[in-house]
Write a protein that binds this ligand. Structure first.
Ligand SMILES: Nc1ncnc2c1ncn2[C@@H]1O[C@H](COP(=O)(O)OP(=O)(O)O)[C@@H](O)[C@H]1O
Ligand SMILES: C=C(OP(=O)(O)O)C(=O)O
Ligand SMILES: [Ca+2]
Ligand SMILES: [Mn+2]
Length: 659
């Protein structure tokens, strides 16, 4: 210090000389004083230094033209923007909008493309409507952090929770709208698809699809900014599908970032033209004067155009399950079975699939601390084994507890989207029991957020198939082993029971039958999938089980939901092979094979009649459910499963028998 002070002096008479603060810096300066100086010349530059572009994720609008960017990189970006402009092209004007990377205000000529790009601006450009003069700002494959900022800035109802998740509201729709799901009848797919009674595919013509598509595209192009995600479906590299999702909300972009497979920067570089595009204009309604429209909501799939249009619902699950429907068309055509199932694998490589309708436990039970998670909801079973279609999980949050579902609890952190949950205004702690917004509260997170995720999400052929049913009647045994014919019968039936709106005082459960445990998502006739399943089960020697995750000791209102700990013990016994060695007895009516004992489960609950106080009520309820199964199966009685008429006869006889 003393040497520096000695050099400081004032000289001359015309004011003070500038202090040279760098003067005399010697090695004996105390450590506190040795912080490097700021590089920036001004505040603007300082702020610009804060952000940098990673080499593989160029920011078109932020990279100054000619600032050392290699020509090929610039060309690649131009092609990418051209591709997005083409996606957003208006059909009536046959032109895409002028697309610019980045937020409004960041427009720079270098990143503008599309119709009338600066190279092509001619008289034609002047002649078109105002909308062609407007830039469409594209926020392309933003990171979770960027999407958080976008959501917090522009979307009411966006908050950061105490653990760092992004809380959002999905709007008026807090679940899917299956009655508004339409599929275009066109020559390329018409004969492959399942139409008519029981089918989820509500027919729509090509013309009406284009009307809705135009409505969505015009809406998206009218916005200040749109989000574009280019991602993949299916971890099987040979059957990977490239999807583009164009949406109006950061919530939607982050949701799909989490749920689809995230491309590496290299994979993104040669992404090229997507195989399928979603136009999510869910903030905007469809027009009820449009032919076929029965509400303000329409989710329209066009397999020939490889497009999906969403109008009138912001529920993000619509995109996830819409893509699942697409896979239910594309994969079986390649001989690959698509399944609404969870999937996990033991350390020894034993794979289990968990089938079941919503709320039966696919996500909860496939997320198992002792096993590797392959996926929670959508899988393919092909010649080489299984592959997850998705890159993330979508867990129910209602009643979530750290003790019972620790891995899901811990996954709700920075990057995760939590939909429609209620939280403390100040602490931002989520109250998982609060159903004020909806009972269907959800968390969407990348699969890597589960510590024992199996990456890549593929595995060998399954050893066990676990058919889950949440039987609110409480008459199905907690676990039973199924024959092949029974497996087909229950797979085609797709049973679960829900409890109708408690607020109405209704305590009676309602049986739901949904073919292939996912009728809302299948595209072809259920027997097509069932035949493939039978063939694969036989070929690979898988064992199937029916597990009731619903009521025990009586129906809803009398009995109680099966303890999760018991269900987990049952599942453990299936995985480790011990249950296969058990002694079984056959139940009346349903003819199910029930084990006499399962480690960790009280034996008296294994036969449901033993857990009911009122035996007569039990028998009556059992018969009632059997009748509902039979009535439902009438819909399939005239169909053959595959080319095997013998198996078809066995399947028809494998259901419940009443005398
Ligand atoms: N015995 C049980 N087995 C499975 N889930 C149970 C059980 N008891 C309660 N649950 C709850 O039921 C819900 C099952 O939902 P989830 O696993 O998300 O179903 P899916 O993925 O099939 O839609 C979870 O909220 C879970 O905590
Ligand atoms: C995403 C959904 O599936 P699941 O309930 O099976 O998790 C849904 O039904 O909206
Ligand atoms: Ca590549
Ligand atoms: Mn699920």
């Amino acid at each position: 210090m003393s040497s520096g002070m000695a050099d400081l002096h004032i000289s001359g008479l015309k004011g003070l000389k500038k202090l040279d603060t760098t003067m005399g810096r010697t090695s004996d300066v105390c450590a506190d004083d040795s912080v490097p100086t700021v590089r920036a010349q001004n505040l603007e530059e300082l702020h610009s230094l804060q952000k940098k572009s990673a080499p593989n994720t160029p920011r078109g609008a932020m990279t100054p033209r000619g600032a050392g960017t290699p020509r090929s990189e610039e060309e690649r970006q131009r092609q990418q923007l051209q591709s997005i402009s083409t996606s957003l092209a208006s059909l009536t004007r046959e032109s895409g909008p002028q697309v610019v990377r980045g937020e409004p205000g960041n427009a720079s000529a270098a990143s503008v493309t599309g119709f009338g790009s600066r190279y092509e601006r001619g008289p034609k450009f002047q002649a078109v409507s105002d909308s062609a003069l407007k830039f469409t700002h594209v926020l392309y494959n933003l990171s979770p952090a960027e999407l958080y900022e976008q959501a917090l800035k522009s979307e009411k109802g966006s908050y950061i929770t105490s653990t760092g998740a992004l809380a959002t509201l999905s709007g008026a729709k807090t679940g899917r709208s299956p009655k508004d799901k339409r599929v275009v009848s066109e020559e390329s797919s018409h004969n492959d698809l399942w139409w008519g009674k029981g089918s989820p595919n509500i027919e729509m013509d090509e013309e009406t699809f284009l009307v809705n598509r135009e409505r969505a595209v015009d809406y998206l192009n009218s916005l200040d900014k749109v989000f574009v995600n280019d991602q993949f479906l299916n971890w099987d590299p040979e059957n990977r599908i490239k999807v583009r999702i164009i949406s109006a909300r950061a919530y939607h972009s982050l949701f799909m970032h989490n749920m689809c497979i995230r491309p590496t920067p290299e994979e993104l570089e040669d992404f090229g033209t997507p195989d399928f595009t979603i136009y999510n204009a869910g903030k905007f309604p469809c027009n009820r004067y449009t032919h076929y429209m029965t509400s303000s909501t329409s989710v329209d799939v066009n397999l020939k155009r490889r497009e999906m249009v969403i109008l009138g619902t912001q529920y993000a699950g619509e995109m996830k399950k819409g893509l699942f429907s697409l896979m239910h068309y594309l994969m079986p055509k390649r001989g690959i079975l698509s399944l609404h199932s969870g999937c996990n694998m033991g350390k020894a490589g034993d794979v289990a699939l968990f089938f079941g309708l919503s709320g039966t436990g696919k996500t909860t039970l496939s997320t198992d601390h002792n096993r590797l998670l392959i996926g929670d909801d959508e899988h393919c079973w092909g010649d080489d084994g299984v592959s997850n279609i998705e890159g993330g999980c979508y867990a129910k949050c209602i009643g979530l507890s750290k003790e019972r579902e620790p891995d899901i609890w811990d996954a709700i952190k920075f990057g995760t989207v939590v939909e429609n949950v209620v939280f403390d205004e100040h602490s931002r702690e989520i109250d998982y029991d609060d159903k004020s917004v909806t009972e269907n509260t959800r968390a969407a997170y990348p699969i890597e957020f589960i510590p024992n995720a199996k990456i890549p999400c593929v595995g060998p052929h399954p050893k066990n198939l676990i058919l889950l049913a949440c039987d609110a009647f409480g008459v199905l045994p907690p676990v039973s082993r199924l024959t092949l014919a029974q497996t087909m019968y229950h797979f085609i039936s797709g049973y679960t029971a829900i409890v109708a709106g408690t607020e109405d005082g209704v305590t009676e459960p309602t049986a739901t039958f949904s073919a292939c445990f996912g009728a809302a998502f299948i595209m072809m006739h259920p027997t097509k999938y069932a035949a493939m399943l039978a063939e694969k089960m036989q070929k690979h020697g898988a064992t199937a089980w029916l597990v009731n995750t619903g009521w025990s000791g009586g129906s809803y209102g009398v009995g109680s939901r099966m303890k999760l700990a018991y269900t987990r013990s049952i599942i453990d016994a299936i995985h480790d092979g011990s249950l296969l060695e058990a002694e079984f007895s056959e139940t009346p009516i349903f003819g199910l094979h029930v084990p006499k004992a399962v480690a960790g489960v009280p034996s008296e609950i294994l036969q449901p009649e033993n857990s009911w106080k009122d035996r007569a009520a039990y028998t009556e309820t059992l018969k009632k459910l059997a009748g509902l199964f039979q009535k439902n199966f009438c819909n399939f009685a005239d169909y053959e499963v595959g080319g095997d008429s013998n198996l078809t006869q066995q399947i028809l006889q494998a259901g419940p028998l009443l005398d």
